[in-house]
Design a protein around this ligand. Structure first.
Ligand code: PMP
Length: 361
Protein backbone atom coordinates (compact mmCIF):
# COMPACT_ATOMS: atom_id res chain seq x y z
CA UNK A 1 0.00 0.00 0.00
CA UNK A 2 1.29 3.45 -0.79
CA UNK A 3 0.23 6.77 0.65
CA UNK A 4 -0.97 9.48 -1.71
CA UNK A 5 -0.10 13.18 -1.59
CA UNK A 6 -3.21 14.56 0.04
CA UNK A 7 -4.24 18.19 -0.58
CA UNK A 8 -7.60 17.91 1.19
CA UNK A 9 -8.98 21.09 2.76
CA UNK A 10 -10.24 19.09 5.72
CA UNK A 11 -10.40 16.63 7.23
CA UNK A 12 -6.88 16.85 5.94
CA UNK A 13 -3.59 14.98 5.82
CA UNK A 14 -2.01 14.11 9.15
CA UNK A 15 1.72 13.60 9.63
CA UNK A 16 2.58 10.05 8.69
CA UNK A 17 4.69 9.69 11.84
CA UNK A 18 1.62 10.56 13.93
CA UNK A 19 -0.51 7.97 12.15
CA UNK A 20 2.17 5.32 12.53
CA UNK A 21 2.55 6.01 16.21
CA UNK A 22 -1.22 5.88 16.73
CA UNK A 23 -1.20 2.58 14.86
CA UNK A 24 1.59 1.17 17.05
CA UNK A 25 -0.23 2.24 20.19
CA UNK A 26 -3.69 1.20 19.05
CA UNK A 27 -4.02 -2.10 20.91
CA UNK A 28 -1.91 -1.29 23.94
CA UNK A 29 -1.69 2.38 24.76
CA UNK A 30 0.86 3.44 27.29
CA UNK A 31 1.17 -0.02 28.85
CA UNK A 32 -2.54 -0.16 29.63
CA UNK A 33 -3.37 -3.21 27.50
CA UNK A 34 -6.24 -1.27 25.88
CA UNK A 35 -6.52 1.48 23.30
CA UNK A 36 -6.81 5.10 24.38
CA UNK A 37 -10.42 5.04 23.13
CA UNK A 38 -11.34 2.24 25.50
CA UNK A 39 -10.58 3.81 28.83
CA UNK A 40 -11.82 6.41 31.23
CA UNK A 41 -10.97 10.04 30.68
CA UNK A 42 -10.82 10.21 34.50
CA UNK A 43 -8.04 7.63 34.67
CA UNK A 44 -4.49 8.57 35.63
CA UNK A 45 -3.06 7.74 32.21
CA UNK A 46 -5.54 9.89 30.33
CA UNK A 47 -5.26 12.81 32.71
CA UNK A 48 -1.47 12.75 32.40
CA UNK A 49 -1.70 12.63 28.61
CA UNK A 50 -4.18 15.52 28.58
CA UNK A 51 -1.92 17.63 30.81
CA UNK A 52 1.11 16.93 28.62
CA UNK A 53 -0.88 17.78 25.50
CA UNK A 54 -1.86 21.14 26.95
CA UNK A 55 1.75 21.78 28.01
CA UNK A 56 3.03 20.94 24.53
CA UNK A 57 0.53 23.32 22.94
CA UNK A 58 1.41 26.04 25.46
CA UNK A 59 5.11 25.74 24.70
CA UNK A 60 4.57 25.61 20.91
CA UNK A 61 2.52 28.81 20.88
CA UNK A 62 4.02 30.48 23.95
CA UNK A 63 0.57 30.74 25.51
CA UNK A 64 0.69 33.14 28.48
CA UNK A 65 -0.48 31.91 31.90
CA UNK A 66 -3.51 34.17 31.90
CA UNK A 67 -5.04 32.15 29.07
CA UNK A 68 -6.97 28.91 29.51
CA UNK A 69 -6.71 26.10 26.94
CA UNK A 70 -9.89 24.13 26.27
CA UNK A 71 -10.48 20.91 24.32
CA UNK A 72 -14.09 21.12 23.18
CA UNK A 73 -16.50 19.45 20.75
CA UNK A 74 -19.09 20.65 18.25
CA UNK A 75 -16.73 21.86 15.56
CA UNK A 76 -15.89 25.44 14.77
CA UNK A 77 -19.46 25.95 13.62
CA UNK A 78 -20.86 25.40 17.10
CA UNK A 79 -18.41 28.02 18.37
CA UNK A 80 -19.85 30.52 15.89
CA UNK A 81 -22.94 30.43 18.15
CA UNK A 82 -21.30 29.71 21.48
CA UNK A 83 -18.87 32.64 21.29
CA UNK A 84 -21.60 35.31 21.36
CA UNK A 85 -23.52 33.32 23.99
CA UNK A 86 -20.45 33.51 26.24
CA UNK A 87 -18.94 36.88 25.39
CA UNK A 88 -21.94 39.12 24.75
CA UNK A 89 -24.65 40.18 27.16
CA UNK A 90 -28.23 41.15 26.42
CA UNK A 91 -28.28 44.10 24.01
CA UNK A 92 -24.55 43.96 23.25
CA UNK A 93 -23.20 44.20 19.74
CA UNK A 94 -20.12 42.56 18.25
CA UNK A 95 -17.98 43.53 15.25
CA UNK A 96 -17.37 41.03 12.47
CA UNK A 97 -14.83 41.29 9.66
CA UNK A 98 -16.16 39.35 6.70
CA UNK A 99 -13.50 38.11 4.29
CA UNK A 100 -15.01 34.91 2.89
CA UNK A 101 -17.38 31.99 3.33
CA UNK A 102 -16.51 31.11 6.92
CA UNK A 103 -16.55 34.58 8.41
CA UNK A 104 -19.91 35.14 6.67
CA UNK A 105 -21.17 31.92 8.20
CA UNK A 106 -19.95 33.02 11.62
CA UNK A 107 -22.08 36.15 11.24
CA UNK A 108 -25.14 34.06 10.39
CA UNK A 109 -24.82 31.81 13.43
CA UNK A 110 -23.95 34.66 15.81
CA UNK A 111 -26.94 36.77 14.81
CA UNK A 112 -29.27 34.76 17.05
CA UNK A 113 -27.30 35.77 20.15
CA UNK A 114 -25.76 39.17 19.50
CA UNK A 115 -26.38 42.28 17.45
CA UNK A 116 -23.85 41.82 14.65
CA UNK A 117 -22.11 44.82 13.17
CA UNK A 118 -20.36 43.86 9.94
CA UNK A 119 -17.46 46.22 10.46
CA UNK A 120 -15.93 45.41 7.08
CA UNK A 121 -16.62 43.06 4.21
CA UNK A 122 -14.99 42.14 0.94
CA UNK A 123 -18.14 40.41 -0.37
CA UNK A 124 -18.50 43.08 -3.06
CA UNK A 125 -15.02 42.12 -4.29
CA UNK A 126 -16.05 38.45 -4.38
CA UNK A 127 -13.64 37.96 -1.49
CA UNK A 128 -10.70 38.23 -3.87
CA UNK A 129 -8.90 40.44 -1.36
CA UNK A 130 -9.13 41.34 2.30
CA UNK A 131 -11.39 44.25 3.26
CA UNK A 132 -9.44 47.52 2.90
CA UNK A 133 -8.25 48.62 6.32
CA UNK A 134 -9.49 52.16 5.67
CA UNK A 135 -13.06 50.85 5.24
CA UNK A 136 -13.34 49.18 8.66
CA UNK A 137 -16.00 50.63 10.94
CA UNK A 138 -14.94 49.29 14.32
CA UNK A 139 -17.07 50.11 17.35
CA UNK A 140 -14.99 50.76 20.49
CA UNK A 141 -17.94 49.50 22.56
CA UNK A 142 -18.27 46.16 20.77
CA UNK A 143 -18.26 43.06 22.99
CA UNK A 144 -15.54 41.63 20.73
CA UNK A 145 -14.23 41.68 17.15
CA UNK A 146 -14.44 38.41 15.24
CA UNK A 147 -12.41 37.55 12.16
CA UNK A 148 -11.16 34.57 10.20
CA UNK A 149 -7.41 34.91 9.64
CA UNK A 150 -7.46 32.31 6.89
CA UNK A 151 -10.47 31.66 4.68
CA UNK A 152 -10.24 28.00 3.73
CA UNK A 153 -12.57 28.17 0.73
CA UNK A 154 -11.77 31.60 -0.69
CA UNK A 155 -8.02 31.27 -0.18
CA UNK A 156 -7.38 34.67 1.42
CA UNK A 157 -5.30 35.19 4.55
CA UNK A 158 -4.47 38.06 6.87
CA UNK A 159 -0.69 38.38 7.08
CA UNK A 160 -0.73 40.45 10.23
CA UNK A 161 -2.92 40.66 13.29
CA UNK A 162 -5.49 43.47 13.05
CA UNK A 163 -5.13 46.21 15.63
CA UNK A 164 -8.57 46.56 17.22
CA UNK A 165 -7.62 48.55 20.29
CA UNK A 166 -8.94 47.37 23.64
CA UNK A 167 -11.81 45.29 22.28
CA UNK A 168 -11.04 41.53 22.58
CA UNK A 169 -10.04 40.03 19.25
CA UNK A 170 -11.61 36.64 18.48
CA UNK A 171 -10.07 34.52 15.70
CA UNK A 172 -11.28 31.41 13.91
CA UNK A 173 -7.91 29.79 13.20
CA UNK A 174 -9.34 26.49 12.00
CA UNK A 175 -7.21 26.46 8.88
CA UNK A 176 -4.03 28.26 9.94
CA UNK A 177 -3.39 27.51 13.62
CA UNK A 178 0.13 26.23 14.30
CA UNK A 179 1.29 27.13 10.79
CA UNK A 180 3.61 29.85 12.12
CA UNK A 181 4.56 31.47 15.44
CA UNK A 182 1.79 33.58 16.94
CA UNK A 183 1.60 36.37 19.52
CA UNK A 184 -1.28 34.92 21.53
CA UNK A 185 -1.34 37.97 23.82
CA UNK A 186 -2.89 39.99 20.98
CA UNK A 187 -6.07 37.89 21.16
CA UNK A 188 -8.98 37.48 23.51
CA UNK A 189 -10.00 34.13 22.10
CA UNK A 190 -8.58 31.77 19.47
CA UNK A 191 -10.42 28.68 18.34
CA UNK A 192 -9.84 26.01 15.74
CA UNK A 193 -11.57 22.90 14.52
CA UNK A 194 -8.89 20.22 14.70
CA UNK A 195 -9.30 18.55 11.34
CA UNK A 196 -6.75 20.58 9.38
CA UNK A 197 -3.61 21.30 11.36
CA UNK A 198 -4.23 19.37 14.58
CA UNK A 199 -5.91 15.98 14.28
CA UNK A 200 -9.24 14.30 13.63
CA UNK A 201 -12.54 16.16 13.36
CA UNK A 202 -14.82 16.35 16.37
CA UNK A 203 -12.36 18.32 18.49
CA UNK A 204 -12.05 22.08 18.90
CA UNK A 205 -9.01 23.66 20.52
CA UNK A 206 -9.71 26.99 22.21
CA UNK A 207 -7.35 29.47 23.83
CA UNK A 208 -9.22 32.06 25.88
CA UNK A 209 -8.03 34.94 28.04
CA UNK A 210 -9.19 34.13 31.54
CA UNK A 211 -10.86 37.47 32.23
CA UNK A 212 -13.31 36.70 29.41
CA UNK A 213 -14.44 33.62 31.33
CA UNK A 214 -15.90 36.00 33.90
CA UNK A 215 -18.35 37.51 31.45
CA UNK A 216 -21.91 36.45 32.27
CA UNK A 217 -22.93 36.22 28.61
CA UNK A 218 -26.45 35.08 27.82
CA UNK A 219 -28.57 32.66 29.85
CA UNK A 220 -27.41 29.21 28.79
CA UNK A 221 -27.03 25.63 29.92
CA UNK A 222 -23.79 24.77 31.74
CA UNK A 223 -22.58 22.66 28.85
CA UNK A 224 -22.30 25.77 26.67
CA UNK A 225 -20.41 27.87 29.22
CA UNK A 226 -16.66 28.12 28.60
CA UNK A 227 -16.01 28.96 32.26
CA UNK A 228 -17.52 25.60 33.24
CA UNK A 229 -15.32 23.77 30.76
CA UNK A 230 -12.28 25.64 32.07
CA UNK A 231 -13.15 24.91 35.70
CA UNK A 232 -13.50 21.22 34.83
CA UNK A 233 -10.31 20.87 32.76
CA UNK A 234 -12.43 20.34 29.61
CA UNK A 235 -13.97 17.26 31.23
CA UNK A 236 -17.36 18.65 32.08
CA UNK A 237 -18.67 15.66 30.16
CA UNK A 238 -16.88 12.88 28.28
CA UNK A 239 -14.43 14.57 25.93
CA UNK A 240 -13.35 13.38 22.49
CA UNK A 241 -10.60 11.22 23.96
CA UNK A 242 -9.30 9.95 20.64
CA UNK A 243 -9.11 13.43 19.15
CA UNK A 244 -7.35 14.78 22.20
CA UNK A 245 -4.78 11.98 22.06
CA UNK A 246 -4.05 12.45 18.34
CA UNK A 247 -3.77 16.22 18.89
CA UNK A 248 -1.15 15.43 21.53
CA UNK A 249 0.80 13.29 19.07
CA UNK A 250 0.68 16.13 16.53
CA UNK A 251 1.96 18.64 19.08
CA UNK A 252 4.87 16.31 19.94
CA UNK A 253 5.59 15.91 16.22
CA UNK A 254 5.62 19.71 15.78
CA UNK A 255 8.18 20.01 18.57
CA UNK A 256 10.30 17.32 16.89
CA UNK A 257 10.12 19.27 13.61
CA UNK A 258 11.67 22.31 15.29
CA UNK A 259 8.51 24.08 16.40
CA UNK A 260 6.47 26.74 14.68
CA UNK A 261 9.36 28.82 13.30
CA UNK A 262 10.46 25.76 11.33
CA UNK A 263 6.89 25.10 10.20
CA UNK A 264 6.50 28.72 9.09
CA UNK A 265 9.61 28.45 6.93
CA UNK A 266 8.40 25.22 5.33
CA UNK A 267 4.91 26.58 4.78
CA UNK A 268 6.30 29.72 3.17
CA UNK A 269 8.47 27.66 0.82
CA UNK A 270 5.60 25.33 -0.11
CA UNK A 271 3.20 28.17 -0.93
CA UNK A 272 5.90 30.11 -2.82
CA UNK A 273 6.64 27.08 -5.00
CA UNK A 274 3.00 26.54 -5.91
CA UNK A 275 2.20 30.22 -6.55
CA UNK A 276 5.34 30.41 -8.74
CA UNK A 277 4.12 27.43 -10.76
CA UNK A 278 0.74 29.12 -11.21
CA UNK A 279 2.02 32.62 -11.96
CA UNK A 280 4.78 31.29 -14.20
CA UNK A 281 2.50 29.13 -16.32
CA UNK A 282 1.90 31.80 -18.94
CA UNK A 283 -1.79 31.96 -18.09
CA UNK A 284 -2.40 28.21 -18.28
CA UNK A 285 -3.11 28.31 -14.54
CA UNK A 286 -4.22 31.35 -12.60
CA UNK A 287 -4.97 32.41 -9.04
CA UNK A 288 -7.43 35.30 -8.72
CA UNK A 289 -6.44 36.58 -5.26
CA UNK A 290 -4.77 39.95 -4.75
CA UNK A 291 -1.07 39.30 -4.06
CA UNK A 292 -1.04 40.63 -0.50
CA UNK A 293 -4.11 38.60 0.48
CA UNK A 294 -3.08 35.18 -0.78
CA UNK A 295 -3.35 32.26 1.60
CA UNK A 296 -0.33 30.12 2.41
CA UNK A 297 -2.59 27.28 3.44
CA UNK A 298 -5.28 27.04 0.75
CA UNK A 299 -4.13 27.83 -2.77
CA UNK A 300 -6.86 28.20 -5.38
CA UNK A 301 -6.14 27.90 -9.07
CA UNK A 302 -8.10 27.65 -12.29
CA UNK A 303 -7.15 26.17 -15.63
CA UNK A 304 -7.41 28.58 -18.57
CA UNK A 305 -10.15 26.35 -19.96
CA UNK A 306 -12.66 24.97 -17.44
CA UNK A 307 -13.42 22.14 -19.86
CA UNK A 308 -10.08 20.64 -18.77
CA UNK A 309 -11.04 20.52 -15.08
CA UNK A 310 -12.38 16.97 -15.14
CA UNK A 311 -9.27 15.68 -16.89
CA UNK A 312 -7.03 17.53 -14.41
CA UNK A 313 -8.83 15.99 -11.43
CA UNK A 314 -8.86 12.48 -12.90
CA UNK A 315 -5.24 12.53 -14.01
CA UNK A 316 -3.95 14.07 -10.81
CA UNK A 317 -5.72 11.37 -8.81
CA UNK A 318 -4.27 8.70 -11.02
CA UNK A 319 -0.84 10.25 -10.33
CA UNK A 320 -1.41 9.94 -6.57
CA UNK A 321 -2.27 13.61 -5.96
CA UNK A 322 -5.68 13.67 -4.31
CA UNK A 323 -8.38 16.14 -3.29
CA UNK A 324 -7.42 18.96 -5.66
CA UNK A 325 -10.96 19.63 -6.84
CA UNK A 326 -12.00 23.10 -5.67
CA UNK A 327 -14.94 23.82 -3.38
CA UNK A 328 -18.22 23.39 -5.23
CA UNK A 329 -19.17 27.03 -4.63
CA UNK A 330 -16.14 28.27 -6.57
CA UNK A 331 -15.14 25.49 -8.95
CA UNK A 332 -11.58 25.18 -10.24
CA UNK A 333 -8.89 23.64 -8.07
CA UNK A 334 -7.62 24.11 -4.56
CA UNK A 335 -4.50 22.69 -2.94
CA UNK A 336 -4.40 22.81 0.84
CA UNK A 337 -0.85 22.90 2.18
CA UNK A 338 -1.23 22.32 5.91
CA UNK A 339 1.69 21.35 8.15
CA UNK A 340 1.43 17.65 7.36
CA UNK A 341 1.86 18.24 3.61
CA UNK A 342 5.60 18.09 2.87
CA UNK A 343 7.48 20.17 0.29
CA UNK A 344 7.91 16.94 -1.66
CA UNK A 345 4.13 16.81 -2.19
CA UNK A 346 4.12 20.33 -3.63
CA UNK A 347 7.07 19.43 -5.86
CA UNK A 348 5.10 16.45 -7.13
CA UNK A 349 2.09 18.69 -7.74
CA UNK A 350 3.99 21.39 -9.63
CA UNK A 351 5.73 18.77 -11.78
CA UNK A 352 2.34 17.25 -12.56
CA UNK A 353 0.91 20.68 -13.43
CA UNK A 354 3.73 21.35 -15.90
CA UNK A 355 3.36 17.96 -17.46
CA UNK A 356 -0.42 18.34 -17.71
CA UNK A 357 -0.07 21.73 -19.38
CA UNK A 358 2.33 20.27 -21.95
CA UNK A 359 0.11 17.33 -22.74
CA UNK A 360 -3.12 19.35 -22.91
CA UNK A 361 -1.61 22.58 -24.28
N1 PMP B 1 -14.02 27.84 9.99
C1 PMP B 1 -13.11 27.56 9.03
C2 PMP B 1 -12.05 28.57 8.71
C3 PMP B 1 -13.17 26.35 8.36
O1 PMP B 1 -12.29 26.07 7.40
C4 PMP B 1 -14.17 25.40 8.71
C5 PMP B 1 -14.27 24.05 8.06
N2 PMP B 1 -13.71 23.83 6.89
C6 PMP B 1 -15.10 25.76 9.69
C7 PMP B 1 -14.98 26.97 10.31
C8 PMP B 1 -16.20 24.82 10.08
O2 PMP B 1 -15.66 23.80 10.84
P1 PMP B 1 -16.54 22.60 11.41
O3 PMP B 1 -16.97 21.79 10.25
O4 PMP B 1 -15.54 21.90 12.29
O5 PMP B 1 -17.67 23.15 12.17
Amino acid sequence: MSRVWNFSAGPAALPQAVLERAQREMLDWNGSGASVMEQSHRGKRFIEMAARTEEDLRSLLGIPADYAVLFLQGGATQQFAQIPMNLAGEGDSADYLVSGHWSAKAVGEASTYVRVNVAASSAADDYLKLPERSSWQLDPHAAYVHYTPNETIHGVEFHDIPDVGAVPLVADMSSNILSEPLDVSRFGLIYAGAQKNIGPSGLVVMIIRRDLLQRPGRPMARIFRYAEHAANDSMLNTPNTWGWYVAGLTFQWLHEQGGLAAMAERNRAKAALLYQAIDGSGGYYSNPIELGSRSRMNVRFSLYDGALDAAFVAESEAAGLIALKGHKALGGMRASLYNAVPLEAVQALTAFMQDFAQRHG
